[in-house]
Design a binder for this molecule. Structure first.
Ligand code: AMP
Ligand code: MG
Length: 325
């Protein structure tokens, strides 16, 4: 579960012209998918949602680390042993992940699996991971340990302890895929929300944008920020709902791949980007790098925006295209 839940508030009447607003939710990968689409017919709407359900199942079968029969599980089982032939889609997301590892100075890194498992098992056993275990797990981390054979469509993890984890990109990717399905079926106006990973498509007719409210961490419904969105992805990362706990202290579920320790500086990050996939990636990367990262990414790409809530929970800062409340 995510730290912040983004509330989508519709600034619209629910019907106009020949299009009507339809809404449907379903459960996938441990979170709820909420779909709001303007469609010329109810029949088309349900057909599109059915296709979205099917698509998320396919994505789960490729990238889930909760099931033994996913492609990811097979790649991880063969770490240090043998290259695994993978579907093109799997290879593509691995390639995308490596590209963003390079762009984020390694702050976003899908080889975080070993460290993540270590923090999970040790804190569950009532202790913090020892220095030597962290050092060992750091030795199993690093996106350069992923070897890709484009011609054979194979992935090899260079080290028997290397483990991939798509937890910081999978839901954002699934959101973009659902938006593609809607567009391919002629639906242009809509809002897709997958456990706080959002994409706002064209706004309702007569409106300039979708108005998306960002909830205060831990609060029921208090809105700390509002976003006016069209053709943009949004994601939140933080330690409020998902965390490791030891001795009453909470540790972020986002690990700094440079130190092997959970990210410390910020409570939560909201990222706005061109796609939901990018927003997902950058919200995680900025959680690791802090405001310095937000400043750096926003300077390089003007479409990026960040809201960073500092650890104290009192202070927040905005960067790039994010207009601070
Ligand atoms: P998110 O909520 O999108 O920030 O993703 C957090 C999840 O991604 C965690 O639960 C881990 O499964 C995984 N993860 C943790 N740290 C990192 C990291 N530095 N880079 C990539 N994935 C990470
Ligand atoms: Mg993420």
């Amino acid at each position: 579960m995510r730290l912040l839940v983004l509330l989508a508030l519709l600034l619209c009447s629910c019907s106009h012209g020949t299009e009507n607003l339809y809404e449907r939710s379903f459960y996938s990968m441990g979170s709820t998918v909420k779909l709001k689409f303007y469609s010329p017919s109810e029949e088309l709407f349900h057909r599109v949602v059915d296709a979205c359900v099917k698509r998320t199942k396919e994505i789960d079968r490729l990238f889930s680390n909760y099931r033994d029969d996913s492609v990811l599980a097979e790649v991880n089982r063969n770490a240090g042993v043998a290259p695994v032939s993978v579907p093109t889609e799997f290879l593509r997301l691995v390639r995308t992940s490596i590209k963003y590892s390079e762009l984020t100075e390694g702050a976003f890194d899908i080889t975080i699996g070993s460290l993540f498992e270590l923090w999970g098992t040790e804190t569950k056993a009532g202790r913090l991971p020892g220095r030597s275990r962290i050092r060992d797990a750091l030795g199993c981390t690093g996106f350069r340990k992923i070897k890709i054979d484009e011609v054979k469509s194979q992935v090899f993890l260079d080290g028997d302890c290397v483990r991939l984890d798509f937890g910081a990109i999978g839901k954002g990717y699934a959101v973009d895929e659902m938006v593609n399905i809607a567009r391919q079926n002629g639906i242009k106006r809509g809002l897709v929300n997958f456990g706080g990973n959002i994409y706002a498509m064209d706004p309702p007719a007569g409106k300039k944008f979708w108005d998306v409210g960002v909830r205060k961490p831990g609060s029921g419904s208090e809105i700390i920020s509002k976003l006016d969105l069209v053709d943009k992805g949004v994601a939140t990362s933080g330690d409020y709902e998902r965390y490791f706990e030891h001795d009453g202290k909470r540790y972020s579920h986002i690990i700094d791949p440079r130190t092997g320790w959970p990210a410390e500086d910020v409570t939560s990050v909201v990222a706005v980007s061109k796609t939901a996939t990018e927003a997902d990636i950058f919200s995680t990367a900025v959680s690791v790098l802090g405001p310095r990262g937000a400043k750096m990414f926003a300077r390089k790409d003007k479409s990026l925006g960040f809201l960073v809530v500092w650890k104290s929970g009192k202070k927040k800062s905005c960067f790039g295209s994010y207009a601070c409340p």
